[in-house]
Ligand binder design. Structure first.
Ligand code: ZN
Length: 187
């Protein structure tokens, strides 16, 4: 055993550790009241204190109190951006490998494989098929070469989903969000 020291030990502030409240998440709504994303409380605080967002209390939403030495800030469960217009700044991405693979979750749209992906034109380009979202899918090398210069019908292959242009990320988020909000009528 070490002898007791007369000097008080210095208690280090847990600067790296965050209080549990900061690990909660806040739903961000756009200026047009469309739920766009989920962010952590820390980011929400930054948006609130800089005036880029305001509390949005449309329900009996709970919130959190975040304290600093000088202030206590109430962070609601939902905030609304007061700036920008995220819906308008988004455009349908170009039809390229990266974007098509992303839309198709890096999965061959014929067999479900996630390996050796290529781009397949459903109606082959040699037969007038266009390089557009509705005519391009992710396909593995094998399916692509099996299909060759044929339509899926001619090749006896079935698409897992009808290809569509990707939706706005905020729309996709909103759909998920409202689905998750579904509650009983007496609520
Ligand atoms: Zn395949």
């Amino acid at each position: 055993m070490k002898p007791r020291q007369s000097i008080q030990p210095v208690i280090l502030q847990p600067a790296v550790l965050q209080p549990p409240v900061l690990q909660n998440s806040v739903v961000v709504f756009s200026k047009n009241y469309l739920p766009v994303s989920r962010i952590n409380v820390k980011r929400a605080v930054a948006l609130l204190v800089t005036g880029q967002a305001e509390p949005l209390d449309f329900s009996s939403a709970v919130g959190w109190i975040v304290r600093s030495p000088s202030v206590a800030l109430h962070v609601p469960e939902h905030i609304r951006l007061t700036i920008g217009n995220v819906e308008r700044s988004w455009k349908t991405p170009p039809v390229n490998r990266r974007e098509v693979f992303r839309r198709d979750s890096h999965t061959c749209q014929y067999c479900g494989s996630t390996r050796k992906l290529t781009l397949d034109h459903i109606l082959p380009r040699s037969r007038g098929g266009q390089h557009i979202w509705n005519n391009v899918v992710a396909a593995c090398e094998r399916c692509n070469s099996t299909k060759s210069d044929r339509t899926p019908q001619e090749a006896g292959m079935v698409l897992r989903a009808k290809p569509k242009p990707p939706v706005h990320p905020a729309i996709a988020f909103a759909e998920q969000f409202w689905k998750a909000q579904e509650f009983s009528p007496d609520n």
